[in-house]
Design a protein around this ligand. Structure first.
Ligand code: NAD
Ligand code: WQD
Length: 337
């Protein structure tokens, strides 16, 4: 298939491009490079052995450019990554987050419909479960109250796409609820490249390891978990990328609406991650226990069996691989791209 990849220069998008090409698909990327660099696309081309990845630098809210992209390319489906994703920033800039994530998706869906491309895979998030009612989380676990505007946009956009699919059953909509993506391509050539102080655990750890930050703050050690620190379902970004390729089966089978948790099904605490990182990479990560971070929950991990049953997809990498590959990327690219 020829696939429009919005946000394809970003962390998950760039890894997904590699798996798409490996599986014999082709892609057109649209990205405004707000949180990424075109260098990631050059490296994806090198890693996949193709001349270049077709790329349009544009904002998905720019309807005219999107129209042109659809007019100039035969596109079978869209994998929609483009969006703002910093939870804390979304609390201080709610309008920017609602504007970008909601309006961007509205324009995209409308242009897709006009060009009769009615197949979309959407980057959703475990955040839609709020403080989950069931652990491990299955897809039929009720959605919960999101504590921040970022999470609200994911939850609302899921609803928008479900309503759209119900109104017109020609649509195939796949909602992939990612758990905590970390790791990097094993080559160490592409990876996560956050601007400023990292919000997420793994980029913070790798920046301590590379000497950019002095010490990690561990946010809370009084949660009801095995060691008191927060437990999450970390997933290697290459496994996550492969889940998108597997999700294209929903389009091929004309399945309509499908929702999948994309995680490993294992919960690891903050200290499990820190200790694994230190052991695998033989590096000391100094840390201090800090107060809990507002909005955090104690435990979040999924039951990923539905994706295995219906898509034949299963995470292959473990926490050791994730820690090794995150470090391999950071040490080879201390300043990112
Ligand atoms: P990222 O920031 O690396 O990638 C997103 C890309 O979208 C960036 O390249 C950015 O420049 C681009 N973009 C943003 N707004 C745009 C717009 N209006 N027009 C065009 N391009 C735009 O983030 P990522 O980690 O690769 O995440 C990809 C998607 O997955 C996002 O939708 C994110 O919300 C979702 N997600 C991420 C995580 C995570 O922890 N990384 C977890 C769950 C869901
Ligand atoms: C993981 C654990 C922290 C940083 C977020 C979004 C979620 C999804 C994935 C997009 C928690 C602890 C963290 C640090 C720490 N993104 N931590 N020190 O919060 O589970 O999920 O990213 O959809 O929506 O909310 O990920 O990596 O920020 O935190 O102790 O410096 O690490 O408290 O227990 P989180 P995270």
């Amino acid at each position: 298939m020829n696939i429009l990849v919005t946000g394809g220069a970003g962390f998950i998008g760039s890894h997904t491009l590699i798996e798409l090409y490996k599986a014999g698909h082709t892609a057109v990327v649209v990205d405004n490079l707000y949180n990424s660099s075109e260098e990631s696309l050059r490296r994806v081309a090198q890693l996949t052995g193709i001349d270049h990845i077709p790329f349009v630098k544009a904002d998905i809210r720019d309807r005219e450019t999107l129209e042109q992209i659809f007019a100039n390319n035969h596109l079978d489906a869209c994998i929609h990554f483009a969006g703002l994703k910093a939870v804390g920033e979304s609390v201080t800039k709610p309008l920017e987050y609602y504007e970008n994530n909601m309006n961007g998706t509205f324009v995209l869906l409308d242009v897709m419909r006009r060009h009769n491309c009615k197949n979309i895979i959407f980057s959703s998030s475990a955040t839609v479960y709020g403080d989950p009612a069931i652990i491990p989380i299955t897809e039929d676990c009720p959605k919960g109250q999101c504590t921040n505007p970022y999470g609200q946009t994911k939850s609302m956009l899921e609803q928008v796409m479900m309503d759209l699919q119900q109104s017109d059953t020609e649509w195939n909509v796949v909602l992939l609820r990612y758990f905590n993506p970390i790791g990097a391509h094993p080559s160490g050539r592409i990876g996560e490249n956050p601007n400023g102080i990292p919000n997420n655990l793994m980029p913070y750890i790798t920046q301590v390891a590379v000497g950019k930050r002095e010490r990690l703050g561990v946010f809370g050690n009084d949660y009801p978990t095995h060691d008191g620190t927060g437990v999450r379902d970390y997933i290697h970004v290459v496994d996550l990328a492969m889940a998108h390729v597997a999700a294209l089966q929903v389009v091929e089978r004309r399945q309509g609406l499908a929702i999948y948790n994309i995680g490993t099904g294992h919960g690891y605490s903050v200290l499990d991650v820190v200790n694994t990182f230190m052991r695998v990479n033989n590096i000391i990560i100094p840390y201090d226990i800090k107060p809990r971070r507002a909005g955090d929950i104690a435990t979040c991990y999924c039951n990923p069996k539905k994706a295995e049953r219906e898509l034949g997809w299963k995470a292959r990498y473990g926490l050791d691989d994730m820690c090794r590959d995150s470090w391999n990327w950071q040490k080879n690219n201390p300043d990112g791209y």
